[in-house]
Design a protein around this ligand. Structure first.
Ligand code: ADE
Ligand code: ZN
Length: 366
């Protein structure tokens, strides 16, 4: 729910989202419901004022508060179900969603139960919508490298045991505070990924420098970077990302709302410069409920602000399918669907134009 008005509408465009925290999709009403059910104190039950913050630190406090209401497997299941129902309503067809269970595991929850519950909720939503969702286990940097190591070991053993839902977990990432954290301190957890068949990404360059982006790619083996907006500090790295088409999962509106000290206005965002530099830069919401906009609005606001036409937005949607961790066959199916929707939208626009031209003019004095 939000009050953003966009002149354009991309609900018709099948969209792929690669940077979205499932906890950040939680409906405000669900936050309140779960807080009451689990006896967790909220600063307010006024859904409008619950999601208020001034900067990344304040935002993370709200994010952690939202996470804290997830106390039982049923809560995770409900979150996953509602998340995909809400996404699909705005043209989402495929998402690779982060979940960050560090604080829940520290509080005694069980990783296998969390994954199974997320899987149940996603499965139910997938039966109702045409949208699909894979999961990425994010390490919370605030909990440190030892916790990441332990979570990685647990994930690998759950996957090896074929525990329910673990086939949905296709990769690892890390989020939360970037400043003052050396990405290389997480090398032990990341180095276990290839053998377990897990893909690798990391939040870097949201408020860390290009050196941290480079370390994530070279030192941790990341195949994608989440945010990456500081990449232009290092022109050689920009060329490398363009040459190797290393994807960046960019969240322009979230950057403005969460981090106005870094990106004051959507018009100041480097997203169009990334696209002009041939970077594989995709559009994402990050935390749609907390940021107050859906993926359709993300596309519409970026189109309006950066002067993109329908063809540009279709190209961005296709790039997201290409940057996904789907196998080639499934990615191609999505691309065909995106192209078919684009062709349909072009036909509808042409029909509307000819209908308008064929309409007889109203006489002035009828
Ligand atoms: N967790 C959820 N959203 C985040 C963001 N934008 N940056 C870091 N950690 C996050
Ligand atoms: Zn994020």
């Amino acid at each position: 729910m939000n009050d953003i008005e966009c002149a354009t509408d991309f609900a018709w465009l099948p969209k792929v989202e690669l940077h979205c925290h499932i906890e950040g999709t939680m409906r405000p009403a669900t936050v309140v419901d779960l807080a009451v059910a689990n006896d967790i104190e909220l600063p307010t039950r006024d859904v409008e004022s619950l999601f208020q913050y001034e900067d990344l630190t304040g935002f993370l406090d709200v994010f952690w508060l939202v996470q804290s209401v997830l106390a039982t497997p049923d809560d995770w299941e409900r979150l996953a179900f509602e998340s995909m129902i809400d996404g699909a309503a705005h043209g989402l067809r495929y998402r690779e969603a982060f979940f960050t269970p560090a604080r829940h595991l520290a509080a005694g929850q069980d990783l296998g139960e969390i994954i199974a519950a997320l899987d149940r909720g996603l499965d139910m939503a997938e039966r109702i919508t045409r949208a699909r969702c894979a999961l990425i286990l994010d390490f919370d940097r605030d909990f440190g490298a030892a916790a990441a190591d332990a979570h990685m070991t647990e994930l690998v053993s759950l996957k090896r045991a074929g525990r329910p839902g673990t086939e949905r977990v296709i990769g690892i990432g890390m989020d939360s505070t970037e400043l003052g954290v050396d990405p290389m301190s997480f090398v032990s957890a990341y180095s276990q990924a290839p053998e377990a068949g897990l893909r690798r990404t990391a939040h870097q360059g949201e408020n860390s420098g290009a050196d941290a982006i480079r370390a994530a790619v070279d030192g941790l083996g990341c195949e994608r970077i989440d945010h990456g907006i500081s990449i232009f500090e290092d022109p050689e790295l920009v060329r490398r990302f363009a040459d190797e088409q290393i994807p960046l999962t960019v969240c322009p509106n979230a950057n403005v709302r969460i981090n106005p000290g870094v990106v004051a206005d959507l018009g100041d965002h480097v997203f169009p410069i990334m696209r002009d530099a041939d970077l594989l830069a995709t559009l994402n919401t990050d935390d749609p409920a907390l940021v107050g906009l859906d993926l359709d609005q993300e596309y519409a606001l970026c189109a309006e602000t950066f002067g993109y036409d329908t063809g540009d937005m279709v190209a961005i949607a296709l790039d997201a399918a290409c940057a996904s961790w789907l196998d080639d066959c499934d990615a191609s199916v999505l691309m065909v669907e995106i192209k078919a929707a684009a062709a349909g939208a072009a036909r509808a626009a042409a029909d509307a134009r000819s209908a308008a031209e064929a309409r007889p003019l109203m006489p002035l004095s009828a």
